[in-house]
Every structure is written in structure tokens, then in C-alpha cells.
Design a protein around this ligand. Structure first.
Ligand SMILES: *[C@@H]1O[C@H](CO)[C@@H](O)[C@H](O)[C@H]1NC(C)=O
Ligand SMILES: *[C@@H]1O[C@H](CO)[C@@H](O)[C@H](O)[C@H]1NC(C)=O
Ligand SMILES: *[C@@H]1O[C@H](CO)[C@@H](O)[C@H](O)[C@H]1NC(C)=O
Length: 343
């Protein structure tokens, strides 16, 4: 559910002038086993990702050399100056009856027009006096960890929709794990990135240590740690999985549920997101500067160029790693890359 940003911010005790944020749709660009951040150049990468943003997405995107705004000819995002790439693991249904897999379809988030993909947020939770420093060309980062076996609900969470909703993202009504009950309106997966930066490095060997959370994970506060003093926009992804179509009481309950992420994780703790900055020129900085003025909010930021839902939905990229990833209702015998399912 789209949460009321004004009330959510008030709840977190922040100033009302910091309430505006960007919230916009990016449709599916491609679904394939590619990961230019963790396994650059590797074809195929270990597991399937769903990828959105600029169509210059590639197996190798060297920081400082590969310039997404210059190389892209379209973006699947609402804001047509945003050629960033955003990606996350795909979700599969595994039939409890015969063990075969089907990639779970997605639906558009509330109030948005999109063909799969994600909802992207840029939020001002760590802004100081309304100011944040936008990312620089070459910047990239990861939230979450595919090897994680622990619950980190404040940053990586799932909401069982149609069962009485929660409020702010990753609040107490959400779970770190994939819900073990049937969710009539689907599952919303949320990934919250850090909101503070060391001010120097565009990346780090683990793609994490150059950034930090201000609140031990989750939505930020204006108190960035001294090691990472620079307030950056807090990026968040929401992914709407249409799991409601998999309705059979026998598949759920007593710790059971039939979904598994593309890397074999059926707990959900390993859900993760990758971010590779690619806004044109200073467009993101302009938008962040305009948030407190009220002229820039959600999918209607007047200092940015907006394209039609149709134009963003028609920006697609053919798979470079060509294989059947089990979409459109098709069944596959194993997860692409052959990951074993762990519960
Ligand atoms: C993507 O990478 C391949 C080589 O790996 C290269 O041939 C191609 O030109 C790249 N695409 C773009 C848009 O630069
Ligand atoms: C496997 O089970 C699913 C339902 O769980 C069914 O829709 C599908 O047709 C089955 N596939 C085979 C090959 O039996
Ligand atoms: C976007 O903002 C403009 C100016 O504030 C307003 O006129 C317009 O109705 C808004 N559009 C949407 C879709 O909210």
C-alpha cells in the first residue's frame, strides 16, 4: 500500500519540510542472469535478476568509464533523465506437487502505471536542513546479502497484502522472511538502502562499506555516523509480486510457503538489491534540492522530465544471457543456474 508520507515522516519525528520524496515506477527492462556489480563480465551470472532503468545495462559497466546517460537510448523509468540501473532477485513459485518452477508475475504498484519492474523511492530521511548530496557518476551500492541467514526486517522485508496492512515500510506488520500464510493481494518486497556516504568512494570491495545506515538499518535519521558524514538520498525499492494467484490452503502454514528467490533462498532473508547511478547531469541533485520547496514530489517532480507510462513500458532490452527464465506462466525444471532450494 502506498503509505502516507506526511504521517510517516511525522511519526519518525522529522520536520514537515523534509516530507517530500520521489516515488516513481520503472517497468521491466529485462530478466536475465547478469550482474555487472558482483560478477562483472560473467555470462551467465549465478542467478536471475529482474532489471530496470536505462537500456545501456550491460554485463560490464566499469565505473567512471561506462556512462549510462551517454550510452542509453531509453529508460524504463518515469523520469526520462534517469538511466540508472536497479536490479533485484526474481521470485519463483515452486510447485509443492511436482517441484517445477514458474517465475511469479508482478503487478503495478498503487497509483502507478508500469509493466512489472519496481517502484523506486529517493527519500530525504538523513537530509540536514533539507539538503542532501546526490550520487556522483560511477556510484554504486548493494543492500542486503544473498548469503544472509538472519532476519533483518528493518532493511529487507515482506508485506503480506490483503491481510490488514502495515504503515511505514518494513514496520512491525512486515516480516523479514517470506510470509508463511496465503496473501490474497500478493506480497510486497521492500529493500531499503543506506542514507549516509563516506563522501569519497564511489564503490567499495563489498559494495557496501562506502555507505552506512544512520539508524542501525531501515529508514534513516538526520544523524549520519562520523565515518559516513554525507547525507545522500535514501533509495528504496518496492516489488509487487502477484502471489495471490497461487491459492491452495495446503501450500501454506506451519512454516511452509511455496516461493523461493532465484538464488535458492526460500526464507527471504537473502533478498538484496543493486543500485548503479545513472541520472543525466545534475538532474537528481536538482530534484533533491527541490523536494523541500513542494515543487517536486513522487512521480510529479516539476524540475524533472517526465515520460508517459507507455514510453517507459516500451523501453525493453533483449536478454544478453539468452535462456528460459520461466516467465509468462511457463514451467522450468530447475532455477536458472541450478541453485538448490533451502528453507
Ligand atoms: C555491452 O558490452 C558489449 C561487450 O561485452 C559491447 O559489445 C556492447 O557495445 C556494450 N553495449 C553498450 C550499449 O555499450
Ligand atoms: C506441476 O504442478 C502445478 C501445480 O502445482 C501444475 O500447474 C503443473 O501443471 C504441474 N506440472 C507438471 C509437469 O505436472
Ligand atoms: C503535478 O503537479 C502540478 C503542479 O503542482 C499539478 O498541476 C498537477 O495536477 C500534478 N499532477 C499529478 C498527476 O499529480
Amino acid at each position: 500500500m502506498f503509505w502516507n508520507s506526511l504521517a510517516a515522516v511525522a511519526l519518525l519525528g522529522q520536520s514537515v519540510s523534509a516530507q517530500n520524496m520521489l516515488r516513481f515506477a520503472c517497468s521491466q527492462l529485462t530478466v536475465e542472469r547478469a550482474d555487472p556489480l558482483v560478477t562483472p563480465g560473467l555470462n551467465p551470472a549465478p542467478h536471475t535478476h529482474q532489471i530496470i532503468g536505462g537500456n545501456s545495462f550491460n554485463l560490464t559497466m566499469e565505473p567512471g568509464k561506462y556512462d549510462p546517460p551517454a550510452k542509453s537510448t531509453c529508460t524504463s523509468c518515469t523520469y526520462s533523465e534517469d538511466f540508472s540501473n536497479y536490479w533485484t532477485a526474481s521470485l519463483y513459485f515452486q510447485s509443492p506437487e511436482n517441484g517445477t518452477f514458474q517465475r511469479v508475475p508482478q503487478y503495478a504498484n498503487f497509483g502507478l502505471q508500469q509493466d512489472g519492474g519496481m517502484t523506486v523511492y529517493y527519500m530525504p530521511y538523513s537530509a540536514k536542513n533539507g539538503k542532501m548530496t546526490a550520487f556522483k557518476p560511477g556510484f554504486r551500492m548493494i543492500a542486503g546479502d544473498p548469503t544472509s541467514k538472519v532476519n533483518n526486517r528493518v532493511s529487507i522485508c515482506h508485506r503480506c497484502l490483503g491481510n490488514g496492512e502495515g504503515f511505514a515500510p518494513c514496520d512491525a506488520k512486515d516480516t523479514g522472511e517470506l510470509p508463511t500464510k496465503y496473501c490474497p493481494s500478493g506480497i510486497r518486497a521492500t529493500i531499503i538502502f543506506p542514507s549516509c556516504w563516506d563522501g569519497v568512494n564511489l564503490d567499495s570491495p563489498d559494495h557496501k562499506s562506502h555507505v552506512a545506515y544512520s539508524n542501525r538499518g531501515g529508514l534513516g535519521s538526520p544523524t549520519c555516523p562520523s565515518s559516513h558524514p554525507v547525507a545522500i538520498p535514501q533509495v528504496m525499492y518496492e516489488i509487487m509480486w502477484d502471489t495471490g494467484r497461487y491459492k491452495n490452503n495446503a501450500w501454506y502454514g506451519n512454516g511452509k510457503q511455496p516461493f523461493v528467490y532465484s538464488f535458492g533462498d526460500a526464507t527471504g532473508y537473502g533478498q538484496h538489491g543493486d543500485y548503479l547511478f545513472g541520472w543525466e547531469g545534475d538532474s537528481l541533485q536538482k530534484a533533491m534540492d527541490a523536494l523541500p520547496t513542494g515543487r517536486c514530489a513522487n512521480a510529479n517532480c516539476s524540475v524533472l522530465k517526465i515520460q508517459s507510462g507507455r514510453d517507459s513500458m516500451t523501453c525493453k532490452k533483449a536478454q544478453q544471457v539468452v535462456e528460459d527464465v520461466g516467465g509468462s506462466g511457463k514451467w522450468i525444471r530447475e532455477l536458472p543456474g541450478g541453485a538448490q532450494v533451502t528453507h
